[in-house]
Design a protein around this ligand. Structure first.
Ligand code: JFZ
Length: 428
C-alpha cells in the first residue's frame, strides 16, 4: 500500500487515532514505563576528565561533557549490565499499574541495545556484556508473561553515524536507520515507536526539519500498521504521528482532538545519574497520573537503570506506592480506561475522570468537617448517586444551576487522593 496523500498539518495516520481500534488499548492503558538505558548508564552521570575535574550529566553526557569519541567507545567496551533483570522490570511495571514499557533501543549516541546487523555499535558487539544475551528479547518475553506491551524509543538524530549530519550523505544514514527499524519490528514486534530528535538544531541543517518525517511515519506503517507512533517524526506539528508528547509537563486543561502522553522523570534525569536526588514524592506522582487521565492523556514515567542494569530502589519504591494506591479500593477505575469527563470542569481540589456513566472525583484536598466540594457542570445531566470508593461513607449530592455540591460525611480514606464515584445519567 502506498502512503496516503498529505499536505502540511495533515495527520498521516492510516486512520483516525482518536477513535481507531488500532489505538484503543493505548488509549485505555493510561500509564507506561519509560526506560532510558545505554552506554551513558555505564558512566552513572559522572565523567572525570583527564585533568581530574568532574563533569555531570546523564544520557547527554557524551555531548555535554565533550567526551572524545575514542574514550566513549572505551566506556562502551566496559559496559556490562549483567544484572539487567527483564522479569523484575516487567513485574515492577505491572505492580505499578503500568501497561506498557518504552525502552531506548537507540538514544542520540547511536548505540543500539539489540544485536543489530547494521553496525557494531551495539550492546552485543561493543561491550563486556554476555554475548548470548539480548536484553530487548528478554524484555519482550517478560512483558508478554505479564501481559504488558513493549515499545521502543528510537532517536532519529544520531551523533555516531557520520552520514547522519550531511545532507549529501543523509540518504545512506536513512537506509541504515530504516534497516534498524525493520530489525526491531521483525525481532520484537513492538506496539509503540517513540521517535525523538527531529528538533535538533545542529548545523548543517537538520534533514528532519523538512518532510522526511512523513516518509518515516509511512515507512513504519508499512512494517506494521498497528504500531502507535508518536509525533517526533518530522517537522513540528501538533498531530503528526498518533500521539503528542509534552515533556516534563502536563497540559493545564483537558485536551481534545489529539492523543497525548506526558513523559516525565521520577527525579530530574532520564538516564541514571548517581548524584540526582531530586525525587518527586509518591503523592505528586500519583496525582500527576490521576490528573493526566482526567485530561485525557497517558503518563510515561521514566526509570534509568544503573551501570549494572538495576532500577534504583528510589524508583521502585515510588512505583510501588503508585501501584498500591491504584489497587486500594479499586481506585484504578479512576485511571485505567477512564478519560476526560467532558460534562464537568476540572475542580481546584482534585481531578475528575469519567468511564461511561461514572464520574471519578479524586480529591486531593478533602474538606474540613461539615465542608463540601463543588463541581461546575458543563452540560445538563442527572446525578444518581455518590459514594467514596472503599468506604460506606455517605456523600450527599445537591445541584443548583450549574453547581453540583458534594458533601462527604467523614474522613478521607488516604492522603494521596480519596475517590468519590458519582453515578450520572447524561442526556443521550
Ligand atoms: C529528548 C532527549 O534529548 C532526552 O535525552 C530524552 O530522551 C527525552 C525524553 O527526549 O529531549 C527532549 C525532547 C524534546 C523536547 C525537549 C527535550 N522538547 O520538545 O522541548
Amino acid at each position: 500500500a502506498s502512503p496516503p496523500a498529505s499536505g502540511p498539518g495533515t495527520n498521516h495516520a492510516i486512520d483516525d487515532p482518536l477513535t481507531s481500534e488500532r489505538t484503543r488499548a493505548w488509549r485505555e492503558d493510561r500509564f507506561g514505563m519509560f526506560i532510558h538505558f545505554g552506554v551513558y548508564s555505564h558512566l552513572e552521570g559522572e565523567y572525570t576528565r583527564p585533568d581530574g575535574t568532574v563533569c555531570r550529566d546523564a544520557e547527554w553526557i557524551k555531548r555535554q561533557c565533550r567526551i572524545p569519541q575514542a574514550e566513549y567507545e572505551r566506556f562502551a567496551a566496559e559496559f556490562n549490565p549483567a544484572e539487567f533483570d527483564a522479569e523484575a522490570i516487567a513485574r515492577t511495571a505491572k505492580e505499578a499499574g503500568q501497561r506498557y514499557i518504552v525502552i531506548t533501543s537507540k538514544h542520540h549516541d547511536g548505540y543500539a541495545l539489540w544485536p543489530t546487523k547494521v553496525n557494531r555499535w551495539n550492546l552485543r558487539d561493543h561491550s563486556s556484556f554476555d554475548k548470548n544475551r539480548d536484553i530487548l528479547a528478554e524484555l519482550k518475553a517478560a512483558t508478554e508473561r505479564h501481559g504488558i506491551k513493549l515499545g521502543f524509543y528510537y532517536s532519529i538524530w544520531d551523533w555516531n553515524d557520520p552520514d547522519a549530519v550531511h545532507p549529501s550523505t543523509f540518504g545512506r544514514y536513512k537506509e541504515r536507520m530504516y534497516a534498524q527499524l525493520k530489525e526491531l519490528v521483525d525481532n520484537y514486534q513492538p506496539s509503540v515507536f517513540w521517535f525523538d530528535g527531529e528538533w535538533s538544531t545542529d548545523r548543517p541543517s537538520n534533514p528532519w526539519l523538512t518532510q522526511d518525517g512523513e516518509a518515516l511515519e509511512a515507512y513504519v506503517r508499512t512494517l506494521d500498521p498497528k504500531i502507535v507512533v508518536n509525533n517526533r517524526v518530522g517537522k513540528r506539528r501538533l498531530v503528526d504521528g498518533d500521539t503528542g508528547t509534552p515533556e516534563q509537563t502536563i497540559p493545564a486543561e483537558p485536551v481534545s482532538g489529539q492523543l497525548w502522553e506526558s513523559c516525565m522523570t521520577l527525579n530530574g534525569s532520564w538516564g541514571y545519574a548517581k548524584w540526582d536526588n531530586r525525587w518527586k514524592s509518591p503523592a505528586d506522582l500519583t496525582r500527576n497520573l490521576i490528573s493526566i487521565a482526567g485530561r485525557g492523556g497517558n503518563y510515561l514515567l521514566n526509570v534509568g537503570p544503573d551501570a549494572r542494569g538495576r532500577i534504583p530502589a528510589e524508583s521502585v519504591d515510588r512505583l510501588r506506592a503508585m501501584g498500591s494506591w491504584l489497587v486500594r479500593n479499586r481506585q484504578a477505575d479512576a485511571v485505567h480506561g477512564a478519560g476526560t469527563p467532558g460534562i464537568v470542569a476540572e475542580p481546584d481540589w482534585g481531578s475528575v475522570s469519567r468511564k461511561g456513566d461514572t464520574l471519578y472525583a479524586s480529591v486531593y484536598r478533602w474538606p474540613g468537617a461539615g465542608g463540601s466540594l463543588t463541581l461546575k457542570a458543563l452540560s445538563g445531566f442527572d446525578v444518581r448517586s455518590a459514594r467514596v470508593l472503599g468506604s460506606t461513607q455517605r456523600v450527599a449530592v445537591s445541584r443548583s444551576g450549574d453547581t453540583v455540591t458534594l458533601t462527604p460525611s467523614g474522613a478521607p480514606t488516604n492522603d494521596i487522593a480519596t475517590v468519590i464515584a458519582i453515578g450520572v445519567a447524561p442526556p443521550a
